[in-house]
Design a binder for this molecule. Structure first.
Ligand code: SF4
Length: 414
C-alpha cells in the first residue's frame, strides 16, 4: 500500500488492488533525492532547478532539507520495511547543499528504510562547487559514488555552454574526489556542442579515459524548448552526421580503453555500471523526493511539482497540490512497451525468455521485427538476446518504433 499527499489530504491511499502486482514486487527499490539548486542556469538545461548564485541561499537550503526529511518521514511511516539498495542525489547541483545537509538527508533515508549495507549511494557534483572538506565528510557519511559534470576538457567549449567551471577545475575535482576517498567516480561529457570539432572531442575523450575514473556518461546536446538555447540557438552546432561520428568515435575509443558500453550513453569499467540508473532501464521501482522528482512504485508513476516554494510550503503545512497531476497507472500493455523500449537501450538487450517470463506473450513478432536489423548490422543476436550495436543506437528510434508496432499488433491479436 502506498500513500501520498494530494488535494488537501495529508495522506491518501493509492488503490493498487485493481492492478496485478508485477514481477519486480519483492526487489529492493531505489531512492532518488532531487536537489533543485544551481549557481546559475546553463543555457541548454531544462532540468528543474533554481539559480542561487546571487543571494545567500543558506536559509532556503535549510528549508529544502527539512522538507525532504518530512517527505521521507511520511512515506517511511508506512513503508519502513521497504528494502533499498541504491540512493541517488541528483539535480540541480547537490553539492551546493554542503556536506552537513546532504549527510543529514542520507542519515534520514537510512533511518526510514531498510537500506542494504552495500547500497550504492551516488552524489552528483558540479566541479565548480565541490569542496574537499565536504567530500571527506560525504565519504564518511556513506556516499560511495560521485558523478561529476565535467562536460568537456576544452575551456572554450565550457564557456560556450555557460558552465561555471574550467577544464582545470574539472580535472582538480576528479583528483579531489579521489583524495577524499571516492573510489567509484563517474564523469559526464557532452558532444555536439557549439564550435566543437572532432579534434577537440578527441582531446576530451583522451583526457577522460586517462583520468582514472570508473564510469563515463555521454550526452549529445539537445536543444530544449523554452531554454535560452531553444529561444536563440547558438551558431556552429555540429550537424547530425558530425554528432553521429563523434558518438561512434567515442564508443570505439572508450571500449578500446577498457570502458564497456552497457547502455546507449553509458560506459564503465567491469562491475562499475550505475546500479541506480539500471533500475530505470530495467523498469524497477524507485521513490523520488524533492520538487520535480519522479517515482515509479506499485505500477504507478507520479512526480512532485516543479516548484520549490510550493513544495517546501506543502511539506511545512500539509497543504494541497504536491503531486503534479494524477499518478499514471502503468497497465500491462504499457509495461510491455517500456520493457522493450528501455531494454533495447541496454547492452544486455531483450530476450525471449525474459519477455515470456515477465509478460507472458509471444516473442515471435518481436523477433520478426528485429531480424531485418540483424542483417544490416544494427542489431546483434547473441545467446538468445537481441541488443543494438553502436550503429543501431544511432537509429534506435526507428528500430524501437518497429518493435513497438510489432508488440501492439501481437497485443491486439492476443
Ligand atoms: S549545472 Fe547541471 S542542472 Fe544546473 S543548470 Fe547546469 S546542466 Fe542544469
Amino acid at each position: 500500500m502506498f500513500f501520498f499527499r494530494k488535494n488537501g489530504k495529508r495522506l491518501e491511499k493509492l488503490n493498487t488492488r485493481r492492478y496485478v502486482p508485477h514481477y519486480q514486487k519483492d526487489e529492493p527499490i531505489g531512492i532518488y533525492i532531487h536537489v533543485p539548486f544551481c549557481v546559475q542556469k546553463c543555457p541548454y538545461c531544462d532540468f528543474y532547478s533554481v539559480a542561487t548564485g546571487d543571494f545567500d541561499a543558506a536559509p532556503l537550503y535549510d528549508d529544502y532539507t527539512n522538507a525532504v526529511i518530512t517527505g521521507l518521514a511520511e512515506t517511511a511511516s508506512i513503508n519502513s520495511s521497504l528494502r533499498v539498495d541504491t540512493i541517488y542525489f541528483g539535480g540541480g547541483t547537490p553539492t551546493l547543499l554542503g556536506g552537513e545537509r546532504l549527510s543529514s538527508i542520507l542519515k534520514y533515508v537510512r533511518k526510514c528504510f531498510d537500506v542494504d549495507p552495500r547500497a550504492e549511494v551516488t552524489l552528483e557534483a558540479n566541479p565548480g562547487t565541490l569542496r574537499e572538506s565536504d567530500a571527506m565528510l560525504l565519504v564518511k557519511s556513506g556516499f560511495n559514488r560521485i558523478s561529476i559534470g565535467v562536460q568537456s576538457f576544452s575551456n572554450l567549449e565550457l564557456s560556450r555552454l555557460g558552465r561555471i567551471h574550467s577544464a582545470e577545475t574539472a580535472a582538480q575535482a576528479i583528483k579531489l574526489a579521489k583524495r577524499a576517498g571516492f573510489s567509484n567516480i563517474s564523469i559526464d561529457l557532452m558532444y555536439g556542442t557549439p564550435g566543437q570539432s572532432m579534434t577537440t572531442w578527441g582531446k576530451t575523450l583522451t583526457l577522460a579515459a586517462a583520468a582514472g575514473v570508473q564510469h563515463i556518461s555521454l550526452y549529445s546536446l539537445t536543444i530544449e524548448e523554452g531554454t535560452p538555447y531553444g529561444i536563440v540557438t547558438p551558431p556552429n552546432i555540429p550537424d547530425d552526421d558530425q554528432a553521429a561520428d563523434m558518438y561512434l568515435n567515442a564508443v570505439k575509443y572508450l571500449e578500446s580503453n577498457g570502458f564497456r558500453q552497457y547502455e546507449i550513453s553509458n560506459f564503465s569499467l567491469p562491475g562499475r555500471e550505475c546500479r541506480h540508473n539500471l533500475k530505470y532501464w530495467r523498469c524497477q521501482e524507485y521513490l523520488g523526493y524533492g520538487p520535480g522528482a519522479h517515482s515509479y512504485y506499485k505500477d504507478a508513476r507520479y512526480s512532485y511539482i516543479r516548484d520549490l516554494a510550493a513544495y517546501i510550503d506543502a511539506m511545512k503545512t500539509g497543504s494541497e497540490g504536491l503531486i503534479d497531476g494524477d499518478p499514471e497507472i502503468i497497465r500491462p500493455r504499457e509495461r510491455v512497451g517500456e520493457y522493450l523500449m528501455l531494454g533495447l537501450r541496454l547492452r544486455e538487450g531483450i530476450s525471449e525468455a525474459d519477455y515470456k517470463r515477465k509478460h507472458a506473450r509471444d516473442f515471435g513478432p518481436i523477433r520478426a521485427a528485429l531480424l531485418p536489423y540483424v542483417k544490416t548490422g544494427h542489431v546483434r543476436e547473441e545467446d538468445g538476446r537481441f541488443s543494438l550495436t553502436p550503429e543501431g543506437f544511432l537509429i534506435s528510434n526507428r528500430i524501437i518504433s518497429d518493435v513497438l508496432d510489432a508488440a501492439r499488433e501481437e497485443g491486439t491479436r492476443s
